[in-house]
Design a protein. Structure first.
Length: 256
């Protein structure tokens, strides 16, 4: 009976944490829509990237609406999203309803409700899926570092990624490609083991950017992600050594 009581209490505690995450998500849901130059097709909002949404009608049919122009449709859409939030089985069910650019902010405000395991898994997924997380306006660099320092590597990375990180030499060469968009963030968290990947980042969007090379002790690499074949390493920027620009013709094979 004692075991059952403890089990019941644990379940109630878990449900309470999920409910708090759901309530936080609802605060995000009721944020205003941010227009872009491509609106209404493209907007910024925690739960949709477009003002053109599908709405379920009382007769079971689906209707399309522009929630930027139709306030009643916007209200109805939020009510329907709220129901999706309420029926989510866990915090990941809520998390997967949200748009990528708001996920780090959602993690920030729900951190105290998450287990360390869930927090670590969510951070890794957000970091890999989000465009330019180093530039997120909701976080200072120290705050981003703290997220990784408090996470569990075995939850953030796959077994293969963990093994790859362990097999690296004690001093590792890392590379970072920047364009005019992020030229002020050379000493960021995200680097790569593959110089060709850094070159791709430096030249994307039709730009002729710069590739930087540095060395860092393996103990200051907080995570390694192979997703999207980017061979990304999350480093502690203050421990980067011999930071310098590198020329494209001097590209070397990665230390993989």
């Amino acid at each position: 009976m004692l075991w059952l009581n403890k089990s019941k209490k644990k379940k109630m505690w878990h449900c309470g944490k999920v409910r708090k995450c759901e309530n936080t998500a609802k605060v995000f849901l009721h944020m205003n829509i941010e227009k872009t130059k491509f609106s209404p097709l493209v907007i910024k909002h925690p739960f949709t990237d477009s003002a053109m949404v599908c709405l379920s009608q009382t007769d079971g049919e689906i209707a399309f609406a522009n929630i930027m122009e139709d306030t009643k449709a916007f209200t109805l859409w939020k009510e329907q999203v709220e129901k999706q939030i309420d029926t989510a089985e866990d915090v990941f069910g809520v998390y997967h309803l949200m748009t990528k650019s708001y996920l780090l902010a959602f993690l920030k405000y729900t951190e105290s409700y998450l287990s360390r395991e869930d927090f670590s898994k969510m951070l890794a997924d957000i970091w890999i899926r989000t465009e330019a997380p180093n530039l997120d306006p909701n976080f200072k660099q120290k705050e981003l570092l703290d997220l990784f320092r408090k996470s569990k590597q075995e939850e953030m990375m796959t077994e293969d990624e963990i093994e790859t990180l362990r097999s690296l030499p004690e001093t590792v060469s890392v590379y970072r490609g920047v364009t005019s968009y992020n030229a002020g963030k050379v000493k960021a968290l995200s680097w790569t083991l593959d110089q060709k990947v850094a070159q791709w980042f430096a030249n994307r969007f039709g730009e002729n950017g710069t590739v930087y090379e540095a060395e860092i002790s393996k103990e200051h690499i907080l995570a390694l992600f192979k997703g999207r074949n980017e061979w990304e390493v999350i480093v502690e920027p203050d421990h980067l050594l011999q930071l310098s620009e590198t020329l494209e013709e001097n590209m070397e094979e990665p230390q993989l």
